[in-house]
Design a binder for this molecule. Structure first.
Ligand code: NAP
Length: 557
């Protein structure tokens, strides 16, 4: 739907999990708001990522929205870790149940946004040629929504089919008997490879650096189990709220060195066989900060890999040597390591024989020409800031956000940027939403943004801009959290590394996520609100009227 209307109180960009909750909150208040999305339909990450094996690594019942008891009572999660088709169905169900679709406009890519300082408005340029205006923009554009291809020649030359996992085709891809290449061994590739190894003719995996991975241990959820989950939703969400990652897995309260090694090993045996992130997040806290503790756990996991992969040389290649287990976000797998025991699966180490180019028939490394029917780029994302960089966002004095963030983002609480007034990012860079169980973080971020908006509407303020001092303090705090973690030594998207994006190579950390954990983050942002947002400069509007009412009036006009 494309509307003739050109002004809104709030424009939300992105119709994914965050955009859906954001518009629900705005609609409930009667605010004149719309959602713009470049896709043909809603769903965000679950609309795009359709590759085989794509599914939650959060327990499904911790991933759903918590805001409606009716919704919680109605929806039956079929699997502990639900797959993409079902997740997309869920988001559609939510949108339809609350009649949100009529507030969404699709095929609307936002190309540019400029803050009109004279009128305290954003001017939003859409790909269909329209310029819309609004008082506030909410960027709900996702964390991993700017996919990146390798910086290698010849991608266009390949005569077979090729795609990035993010753009996996909507119609089924016939893999039977096909020679398939997968480039990359991150979380996406790990899910994909485990799923397709027994469905393709031949599978060749091009790995540059291995990732740690542990079993997902997925299973169906019966009616009886679902009834039990429903009865315990309050406790489930309360647990998520008190754990650092926003998951149901609580850290072991004991000190690593207070527990005898034998007992540690027994605990790890148990956690490895349990569903989900237990082996990572129900472990001792020291594994994230203490080199020796982490090394012991890493060796344990390495042994588990050795037991699962028949060829010892292949097993060693699949064991990371450049970072320890769990220091960055852990991919979870199903039959991933066993895939390499199959005769039709081959591992090519491109750290030894680098990719030289894509050819008409396949891939060339320094050693060999490979021929394929399908090449899959599981090569990751320009994480978090990439999607922001793709919009030409200009704030006070015409400053470009992409320029400001060239060497890494700086924000206030991950939700505001000094010099870019009235621009809200419920899951922005340097927020905890970016580093935790995403929907739990989204609800925290959206709720905080809504409180801020309500505060302004109640007072007739038309402009909110975080102070540069507050932003500097937040950036310093975010950097300090990195310093405490072994994560700082890993090259992955949490440290802003992506070899395919200029300026994002190894060497400097981009402080893009908040690593202090959910409870600390929520307590900080709530404190800012409780102290009347002292870190934000507000401007009273000339036409100060109760904006919720004003918005309602404008909606009905
Ligand atoms: P990723 O973790 O960044 O992995 C990208 C992979 O591609 C890496 O193995 C990388 O190797 C490789 N690569 C990139 N460029 C290459 C090149 N030019 N030549 C050779 N190899 C290249 O991306 P991802 O796997 O898409 O995962 C990103 C994030 O998405 C995850 O951390 C997670 O947060 C999220 N995710 C979640 C789930 C879930 O279960 N819910 C599933 C999938 C993804 P290097 O490491 O050597 O650069």
């Amino acid at each position: 739907m494309t509307e003739a209307k050109s002004h809104y109180e709030v424009i939300v960009i992105g119709a994914g999990v965050a955009g859906i909750y954001q518009i629900k909150r705005l609609v409930d208040l009667g605010i004149d708001a719309t959602v713009l999305d470049s896709a043909t339909d809603l769903g965000g990450t679950w609309y795009w990522n359709r590759y085989p094996g794509c599914r939650f690594d959060s327990e499904s019942y911790t991933y759903g929205f918590s805001f409606s008891r009716e919704l919680l009572d109605e929806w039956h999660w079929k699997e502990r870790f639900s797959a993409q088709p079902e997740n997309l169905r869920y988001l559609n169900y939510v949108a339809d149940k609350f009649d949100l679709r009529k507030h969404m406009q699709f095929n609307c890519k936002v190309e540019a946004m400029r803050f009109d300082e004279a009128r305290d408005l954003w001017r939003v340029k859409v790909s269909d040629g329209r310029e819309l205006t609004c008082r506030f923009v909410v960027l709900a554009i996702g964390l991993l929504s700017a996919p990146t291809l390798p910086r290698v020649e010849g991608i266009e030359d390949f005569r077979g089919r090729s795609f990035h996992t993010y753009y996996w085709p909507r119609e089924p891809v016939d893999l039977a008997g096909k020679k398939v290449a997968v480039i990359g061994t991150g979380a996406t590739a790990i899910q994909l490879i485990g799923e397709i190894a027994d469905k393709v003719g031949e599978l060749t995996v091009f790995q540059r650096r291995p990732n740690w991975s542990a079993p997902l241990n997925n299973s169906p959820i019966s009616d009886a189990e679902m009834a039990d989950i429903r009865a315990h939703y309050d406790e489930i969400f309360a647990t998520c709220a008190r754990t650092p990652g926003g998951f149901v897995h609580e850290p072991d309260p004991r000190g690593f060195y207070d527990v005898p090694r034998e007992e540690r090993l027994k605990l790890w045996d148990k956690l490895y066989d349990e569903p989900g992130f237990g082996i990572w997040l129900s472990n001792f806290r020291e594994i994230f900060m203490d080199e020796a503790a982490n090394a012991e756990l890493s060796e344990y996991i390495a042994d588990r890999i050795r037991r699962r992969v028949k060829d010892p040389k292949v097993a060693e290649k699949l064991i990371p040597k450049d970072h320890g287990f769990g220091v960055q976000r852990l991919p979870l797998e199903t039959k991933y390591f066993e895939a390499y025991n199959r005769d039709n699966v081959q591992l090519v180490d491109v750290s030894e024989t680098p990719l030289v180019r894509v050819t008409e028939k396949g891939l060339r490394t320094t050693e060999h020409d490979y021929e394929f029917d399908i090449i899959v780029y599981a090569t990751g994302f320009d994480a978090i800031t990439g999607a922001y960089d793709q919009i030409d966002i200009r704030g006070i004095g015409g400053e470009r956000l992409a320029d400001k963030w060239k060497r890494g983002p700086s924000t206030f609480l991950g939700m505001l940027v000094h010099g870019f007034p009235n621009l809200l990012m419920p899951t922005g860079p340097q927020s905890a939403s970016a580093s935790t169980n995403f929907p739990r973080g989204i609800e925290n971020g959206v709720n905080w943004c809504m409180d801020l908006l309500q505060y302004m509407w109640d007072r007739g303020y038309t402009r909110a801009d975080a102070t540069s001092e507050a932003q500097e303090r937040w950036a310093a705090h975010v950097a300090k959290m990195y310093e405490m973690m072994l994560l700082r030594k890993a090259q992955g998207w949490f440290t802003g590394y992506n070899s395919n994006v200029a300026g994002h190579e190894a060497g400097t950390i981009r402080y893009i996520v908040y690593n202090g954990g959910t409870p600390k983050f929520v307590s900080i942002i709530n404190d800012v609100a409780a102290r009347d947002y002292q870190e934000i400069a507000f401007t009273p509007g000339s036409a100060a009227r109760a904006p919720a009412a004003a918005a309602r009036a404008s909606a009905s006009s």
